[in-house]
Write a protein that binds this ligand. Structure first.
Ligand code: PMP
Length: 354
């Protein structure tokens, strides 16, 4: 068909499975195993559905204000989007318009190359070192922009702020985006650097640490000029991206800092305990500071374990890709869920060994 010549062809990002089974353990998309803050459920019950006939606030003012207060920045330094996927996609469209390639790690969030292809942005990947760390010296070559997650995904490894600053210092002429989807699980945020570097954007999400993946809330913080340019593009794309319930419930989540610290603390404790148990079972992994562990077994292949777990209705993430094919990315669930996972692995590996 002739019209096919004019199709924008893309190979889409493949999201983790979302099975709906009664009795399953879902550790494959880094969701929070605990519910959102109790105030969110309370407010959801009282939602004024008559208000749904109106368009939502295109500036998402209450949520921008709540985030500005919480992170001690000005409201003109905050941009809100429909999940951080939406925010990052907007940043690619807004800031990566050079003919020079943008740079990101070779093992990283697998949406970056998809957006680059979608928007026809040239890109180049920089290999992580043998211990899965970013080599800051790789980011001293000519480029049209930089993005990396910190902690990185799927490795879970955190780079110290000195590495982030090294990259910023060597790249004053391009926008540097730090994707902090997992920073609340023990990372050190680059938010402290946004007033110092006018080319730094820090992206975060409500999907993991705030247990609201279903509402789709993400945001970024940076210099007011960056935010203005982002809003110009956003308002040229779709004015009403974030729906009214998400705007209200998002504010409620930010209000309850005690609950936020409690749940992230609990996930961190579970993660550390599971690391020890996995090690005893013959797994090795980078020392994750995220809400997942990226682990491989000394004798049993990643694919075999992935399929065996799936058969038992325990869902983890596995990629048939170079460098990472032997690894499983296991989200940290509740203590009960992790105990069930460990019990399964113990029995399975024991059976394999005899
Ligand atoms: N960045 C990274 C590194 C992620 O792993 C994810 C989760 N898939 C996202 C961004 C996007 O998350 P969300 O759109 O739910 O905010």
């Amino acid at each position: 068909m002739k019209w096919e010549e004019n199709v924008r062809r893309v190979v889409p990002y493949v999201a983790g499975e979302q099975p709906h089974k009664q009795k399953m353990i879902k550790l494959n998309t880094n969701e929070c195993p605990y519910p959102p803050a109790p105030g969110v459920a309370e407010l959801a019950k009282q939602l004024d559905c008559a208000a749904l006939r109106r368009y939502p606030d295109p500036n998402t003012t209450p949520l921008v204000d709540a985030l500005a207060d919480y992170y001690h920045v000005n409201r003109d330094q905050v941009f809100v989007g429909v999940g951080s996927d939406d925010v990052i996609s907007m940043t690619f469209m807004t800031f990566f318009n050079s003919s020079r390639p943008i740079l990101f790690p070779d093992v990283t969030y697998s949406f970056y190359d998809v957006w680059a292809e979608l928007y026809r942005i040239p890109y180049k990947t920089c290999a992580l070192d043998a211990d899965w760390h970013i080599r800051p010296e790789d980011y001293r070559q000519e480029n049209g922009g930089i993005i990396f997650p910190n902690p990185n995904a799927p490795t879970g490894l955190l780079e110290p702020l000195s590495v982030v600053e090294d990259i910023l210092r060597h790249n004053p002429d391009v926008v540097v985006i730090v994707d902090e989807a997992y920073v609340d699980f023990g990372g050190e945020s680059a938010l402290s650097l946004v007033d110092q570097y006018d080319n730094l954007l820090v992206v975060q999400t409500f999907s993991k640490s705030r247990a609201m993946a279903g509402l789709r809330i993400g945001f970024c913080i940076g210099n007011a000029k960056l935010i203005r340019y982002l809003n110009d593009v956003k308002f040229s794309f779709n004015s009403y991206t974030m729906n009214y319930p998400s705007q209200l419930l998002g504010v409620e989540a930010v209000r309850d800092d005690t609950y936020f610290k409690e749940t992230t603390g609990r996930i961190i404790r579970t993660r550390e305990r599971v690391k020890e148990a996995l090690q005893e079972l013959g797994f090795t992994f980078p020392d994750s500071r995220a809400n997942f562990i990226f682990a491989r077994h000394e004798t049993v292949s990643g694919e075999q374990l992935f399929l065996a777990l799936r058969e038992a209705d325990i869902y983890v993430r596995h990629w048939n890709k170079p460098r990472i094919g032997e690894y499983l990315r296991i989200t940290v669930g509740t203590d009960e869920e992790m105990d069930a996972l460990l019990a399964f692995l113990r029995a399975y590996l024991h059976k394999e060994a005899v």
